[in-house]
Write a protein that binds this ligand. Structure first.
Ligand SMILES: NC(=O)c1ccc[n+]([C@@H]2O[C@H](COP(=O)([O-])OP(=O)(O)OC[C@H]3O[C@@H](n4cnc5c(N)ncnc54)[C@H](OP(=O)(O)O)[C@@H]3O)[C@@H](O)[C@H]2O)c1
Length: 319
């Protein structure tokens, strides 16, 4: 991944425009609130329901038509003004891989990766020079973190979109569901890598960051999982249990810390990354610049994912 240049960040002079997904709940809601706090930011939130901050424009990432309509609406609202930051934070995890979107793709992969990939491609021409693009990933994409979820075996977009064609698909529904999630998060890092390496990115001075918020209990992420997991997720997110746990495990972060760190990255208000680093991992509430997994560092894989995703969503592979 090419190193991001320390950006002045949106808000450095005059009103800036930020487009974000996943700003209605979890730590993304905290980010959205922080981004609008200064008053000199126009935040456009793609969301399925009313947003707590910013200007809500309807977006259901489980439909590529909805992504296209959202991108068109954003461009119309901007009237030619550039986007200073694009934050692709929405995400889901399902208990298995049986769900399909209206486009016929496996739901977790389609929402977390394919829809965001299409949105990125549609909005890239509207990015301002020196814009920042942040993709929320997860440490679970990396077997070395030992996060306890089934780690990615591959980033083959065609197999992830159609898991029934994957000869090595795990027969255990829960493991297959975890794999879909962690693989989609590997795809986020690889997409950041491919975008970083794109000639236009260097020429226009974009900063591209893959953001790993650590583990953040108490968000809506467990909403589709079985009741015992939802309950544990919610209890561990309470102040009483969360605080002592966070002292023991550096990977655990509060919703506030994770949301503020995402806002800082978006606004360019963090310590610039060391040369060659674009993977920001939140550990003990602090942003650290580290290396993603071995698979996530493959340029070949990043290029293949970019091209396969383009074909799946009906874009040219050239853009
Ligand atoms: N929590 C963690 O431990 C953790 C760790 C690593 C990475 N992450 C990642 O961090 C991001 C935020 O997660 P979170 O934990 O804050 O979970 P969350 O509270 O469930 O937030 C997820 C966000 O994504 C939106 N979203 C989901 N499906 C959507 C769809 N079809 N169309 C439009 N928006 C949709 C949700 O909107 P609605 O309000 O409409 O549902 C919500 O705003 C996700 O990408 C997640 O994978 C989380």
């Amino acid at each position: 991944m090419t190193p991001p240049t320390p950006a002045p960040g949106p808000g450095a002079g005059g009103e800036s425009t930020i487009v974000m997904t996943g700003g209605t709940s979890g730590f993304g809601a905290i980010t959205a609130e922080r981004l609008t706090r200064t008053g000199d930011t126009r935040l456009i939130l793609g969301a399925r329901r009313p947003a707590p901050a910013g200007e809500q424009v309807p977006l259901d990432l489980a439909s590529l038509d909805s992504v296209r309509a959202f991108a068109a609406s954003v461009r119309e609202r901007l009237g030619g003004a550039g986007i200073d930051a694009l934050v692709l934070n929405a995400g889901v995890i399902h208990p298995d891989v049986t769900g399909r979107t209206v486009d016929g793709f496996e739901t977790t992969f389609a929402v977390n990766h394919l829809a965001h990939y299409l949105l990125l491609r549609l909005l890239a021409p509207a990015l301002a020079d020196r814009a920042t693009v942040v993709l929320t990933t997860s440490g679970t994409h990396d077997p070395a973190t030992g996060a306890g979820l089934a780690t990615p075996r591959h980033a083959d977009a065609n197999l992830l979109a159609h898991p029934d064609r994957d000869a090595d698909l795990d027969p255990r529904p829960r493991t297959a569901g975890q794999h879909a999630y962690t693989a989609s998060k590997l795809c986020a890092v690889l997409t950041a890598r491919a975008l970083s390496g794109h000639p236009g990115t260097g020429r226009r001075g974009f900063t591209v960051i893959a953001y790993d918020p650590g583990q953040v209990f108490g968000t809506g992420l467990a909403d589709h999982l079985p009741l015992p997991m939802r309950t544990a997720w919610s209890l561990l997110g309470t102040r009483v249990l969360g605080r002592p746990l966070r002292k023991l495990k550096p990977v655990l972060n509060s919703r506030i810390a994770a949301g503020e760190a995402l806002a800082d990255l978006t606004l360019g208000r963090c310590t610039p990354p060391p040369h060659g680093h674009a993977y920001a991992a939140l550990r003990r509430g602090r942003l650290t610049w580290t290396a993603p997994s071995t698979l996530a560092r493959s340029d070949e894989l990043a290029r293949a994912l970019w091209d396969d995703s383009a074909r799946l969503v009906g874009c040219s592979t050239e853009g």
